[in-house]
Design a protein around this ligand. Sequence first.
Ligand code: 13P
Ligand code: SF4
Length: 372
Amino acid sequence: MAADGYRMNGLEAEAKAPLPYTAEVRAKTDHIYPRVSKFIPEIEWRLHAPYIAAINDLKKQKNAVILAHNYMTPEIYYGVGDFAGDSLQLAKEAAKTDAKVIVQAGVHFMAETSKILCPDKTVLIPDLRAGCSLASSISGADVRLLKQKYPGAPVVTYVNTTADVKAETDICCTSSNAVEIVEYAAQEWGTDTVILIPDQYLARNVAAMTDVKIVTWAGACEVHERFTAEDIREIRAGNPGVIVLAHPECPPEVIAEADFTGSTSGMSNYVKDKQPTNVVLITECSMSDNVALENPKVNFVRPCNLCPHMKRITLPGILRSLETMTHEVIIDPEIIARARLPIERMIALPLKRQSMYDRQHAPEVMAVEARA
Ligand code: 13P
Ligand code: SF4
């Protein structure tokens, strides 16, 4: 830890002296603390509160909004986030905000999605290292080769990809609408085969739900691929009656052991609606904290896999981002023009249902392609 800095969530936050907790800071943040006090002790809150006050002041001055992904830590999610949600909800919020500046409290592909949808706004990502193993697994050139190999098959791309990849895409999807989008694409393009990239596990979990033939890519989420079926069996053995909710980026063997599979917001809604006595979220750690704070009667079992990219986003980083207006997301206008259509097609499609992943077939895909 930096001698004069403060550490949050196990990562180095800022090599500057922490901001002081003053009476003014207290007056500006006391109304927020009850929402997070279950997980953030008062002594730690005194470190966060000055940043929260400063960020909320700067947001007003600069006409900025903060879009916070469900994996943000509670002090960001509840302290400074203006909108919180899964990838699809954040993209929708970006598309309709009137603010001049968007700060993405999430990872780089999410900030790119915001920029593609709002090319005239300033979009900031507080830390350029906030990447994603799925986004870095495939390039636009890889997609062009796939299209040559499977002519006529529409390309459905998970939003966890770069702008270059989206520019080669017919329609995007997220974990909350993947099944529906794949079926829509097959029907709309008049084929029985769809290219669904780059997450091989999401693709297999979608394949288990549809008759559409799926070609995928050998990408994986470095957080969700670490969960195993054995982990779930151990959790059940140690916590009888626990309800297991899993993200569709997990391998199919994990999904087979779960009671419900859905996007980060799908899992959050499940807890809100069903109020299980005991639940475990098989996904990134911070999700459980945020959902638990909204559902005080539910007990959470907490295996912990952190996304190192999401955890690059910290309060000091967000403050610095707003103060210095860095790091601005810049994308070639020609790429923006091409990448916009597949995202807009996705957003325009009325979601009839959150994609469910109750297995109906074997989770077999037609092919898993990889870079030669
Ligand atoms: P959601 O769209 O479900 O929020 O997923 C995004 C993500 O990166 C999960 O790892
Ligand atoms: Fe990417 Fe996985 Fe992190 Fe989500 S959790 S941002 S998919 S590495």
